[in-house]
Design a protein around this ligand. Structure first.
Ligand code: CO
Length: 436
């Protein structure tokens, strides 16, 4: 069967296999125009009439022999998909301080299901009664305002598709001396992407009347850590949302029910969950969450503070560790790219360890500060190699190599690591995290 498929490809190779970079990277037209020849005809075409008759007449599976389950009030996935789980871990000695990671390698497209959205909590998930919850705007304003859920829901809402990423995401993929042997979700799964719906914060701040001396806001959560961050007024007035819905349903408790701040492109913790107040201030408040952590320690002992936007990044989700290639042949390399600085303008893929690069196809929609899906056709020859991707955003920012990041910033920092991810593929088709 393998040789049959290969024969079809070989006989038309001039037309359908257009090389775009070394070691088998192909123009995506190979999928758009010849998919049947590459996959379908080679296998299905070989079935005889006896086989197809058996499937039609005698081979009725068990699920066709009696009516199925009835309708249900709240959906659940197929039990065969139960292995697709977040990877959850708490800090030693705690139950509520920790994170769970999105299994990026099992997902496609750009939207993360709410049940698989990553979490990061500093003191567990509060159980908030929305009827009791209040949200206060105070500080340097003409009129302090307090909202309950009903009042807030009367304001005009907007919906935006954006990623959110923990600033510590990907640290273990590159800032450890030896490559950590983990899958894509464990290494990069502190990023997820949703449609967020809520009220623009600028509307509420305008109503409160911001004093001209105000340059910052403090946002405080209603968890028992009172997680709080300072955010520049310019961001608050630009595109900040008080989010109430995520992917069409109310926020889940693990993502801030009943309301959270949402700051497109900024490091995740600034999108304060379980939001209870915003204080308008002249200066940053210097909370524990922006002095004892979420600063970036440099080699010379100084630290960068208030490093908000998440940098341009990409990762190949398939193939990746745990998703093995099944023999030499044509594959689609699939991955995600994103940038806190804007939209993704280009993703390049290498199948020869970075010697040559080909431009991947970007799947629509390509949105501002959203995950973007990229795809690249690849004829794997069965030999060990290294595959990698690098993203470029519309500001011209290019995802850097691990070496260049370490040369510039050292290895003491823990946040905002965005180095190129390399997967080594061995002769058996297994992928593993590697440094080049
Ligand atoms: Co930062």
């Amino acid at each position: 069967m393998e040789s049959n498929v290969g024969g079809i490809v070989e006989s038309k190779s001039k037309r359908i296999e257009e090389s775009v970079a070394g070691n088998g990277l192909l123009h995506r037209r190979v999928f758009l125009t010849q998919a049947g020849a590459l996959f379908g005809a080679g296998t299905m075409g070989m079935l005889g009439s006896e086989t197809t008759n058996a499937q039609n007449m005698q081979g009725r599976p068990a699920w066709m022999q009696s009516p199925g389950k009835g309708v249900g009030a709240y959906g659940t996935r197929a039990r065969f998909e139960d292995h697709v789980q977040r990877a959850a871990g708490s800090a030693p000695g705690t139950t509520g301080a920790g994170a769970s990671r999105t299994p990026l390698q099992h997902l496609e497209g750009i939207i993360t299901p709410n049940s698989l959205h990553f979490e990061r909590h500093h003191s567990g998930i509060p159980e908030i009664d929305p009827n009791e919850h209040r949200f206060l705007i105070h500080g340097l304003v003409d009129r302090p305002l307090i909202f309950d859920m009903d009042m807030l829901s009367r304001y005009p809402m907007i919906s935006k598709i954006h990623f959110i990423e923990c600033s510590g995401n990907s640290r273990v993929s590159g800032l450890i001396d030896e490559p950590v042997d983990q899958n894509c979700g464990m290494l990069h799964g502190l990023v997820s992407c949703s449609e967020w719906t809520g009220v623009p914060l600028s509307i509420l701040l305008d109503e409160a009347g911001v004093d001209p001396s105000a340059r910052w806001i403090l946002a405080e959560g209603s968890d028992s850590a009172a997680m709080s961050r300072s955010v520049p007024m310019a961001k608050a007035m630009d595109d900040a949302i008080i989010a109430i819905y995520q992917n069409g349903e109310r926020l889940r408790p693990d993502n801030g029910y009943p309301m959270r701040l949402f700051l497109p492109g900024f490091e995740g913790n600034t999108s304060v969950k379980w939001l209870r107040r915003i204080k308008v201030t002249a200066e940053p408040t210097m909370t524990k969450d922006e002095t004892s952590k979420y600063t970036d320690l440099l080699d010379d002992g100084t630290s960068l503070m208030f490093t908000y936007p998440m940098a341009v990044k990409s990762v190949i989700t398939s193939p990746s560790p745990g998703l093995d290639l099944n023999g030499a042949g044509i594959y689609e390399i699939s991955g995600i790219a994103w940038s806190g600085g804007g939209h993704i303008s280009k993703v390049e893929v290498s199948a020869d360890g970075g010697s040559t690069w080909g431009e991947a196809a970007l799947s629509e929609p390509v949105l501002d500060r959203s995950l973007t899906r990229f795809r690249m056709a690849w004829r794997w020859n069965g030999a060990p190699t290294v595959i990698m991707s690098r993203a470029i955003d519309n500001t011209g920012a290019i995802q850097p190599t691990r070496d260049s990041i370490i040369a510039e910033k050292g290895m003491k920092f823990a946040y905002h690591y965005n180095g190129i991810q390399s997967w080594a593929i061995d002769a058996e088709g297994r992928a593993v995290n590697t440094y080049v």
